[in-house]
Design a protein around this ligand. Structure first.
Ligand code: SF4
Ligand code: SF4
Length: 186
């Protein structure tokens, strides 16, 4: 979890009034939290996580009050995509030392351990709903991470700096313009 809430609102949209976490506590286990007042490592249940949810809900840290996964913000994601139901946790990812321009700010679709989102088609449904905007999308399953959007030919042109063919020129230029700032590290 990160504190770039305004950027999350700008890129993913505001938190939707009709979406609630309910019994989901996926982010309380899966994600790293690294804020001045609260830290936890990735892949480890938070020390405050109880059988009924957050054990300190009324006084939970600021980051827990203000951070929401993409399912809470993106109306195009289906209701069934809630992380505890779908086995997929989708969030905006901020990489402070990106290896290339698609890593600085991106959407990360994480397949949770034990889920069957690839087999039942939910992963494809969610990716379809996210891969239509000017935000890189990665899919990770714990052991590997793959760039899903933009497509390989566009990504190659953006990263290589090669001249794009006419039908891709606008798209390649748009990616370079928005994310070129991250290219210095890649
Ligand atoms: S992963 Fe999303 S839906 Fe689940 S508890 Fe966190 S913010 Fe709520
Ligand atoms: S403090 Fe509560 S809401 Fe925050 S990560 Fe821990 S269990 Fe989740």
């Amino acid at each position: 979890m990160h504190t770039e809430t305004d950027l999350e609102t700008m890129l993913l949209g505001p938190v939707l009034a009709d979406r609630a976490c309910g019994d989901c506590t996926a982010c309380c286990t899966v994600l790293t939290v690294d804020t001045p007042d609260f830290k936890k490592p990735a892949g480890t249940p938070c020390m405050h996580l109880a059988s009924h949810g957050c054990g300190i809900h009324a006084v939970r840290p600021h980051i827990c009050r203000t951070w929401f996964c993409a399912w809470r913000r993106v109306a195009d994601m289906p209701d069934e995509a809630r992380p505890d139901r779908s086995g997929l946790l989708v969030s905006l990812n901020f990489e402070h030392e990106p290896r290339n321009c698609f890593e600085g700010v991106s959407i990360n679709v994480r397949a949770l351990a034990g889920g069957d989102a690839i087999e039942n088609g939910m992963a494809a449904t969610i990716l379809d709903s996210l891969c239509d905007r000017l935000i890189p999308v990665w899919f990770s399953n714990g052991s590997k991470k793959m760039l899903m959007h933009p497509e390989n030919d566009v990504a190659h042109l953006v990263l290589s700096g090669e001249a794009a063919p006419a039908h891709l020129q606008n798209e390649v230029a748009a990616w370079r313009e928005r994310y070129g700032v991250f290219a210095a590290n890649g």
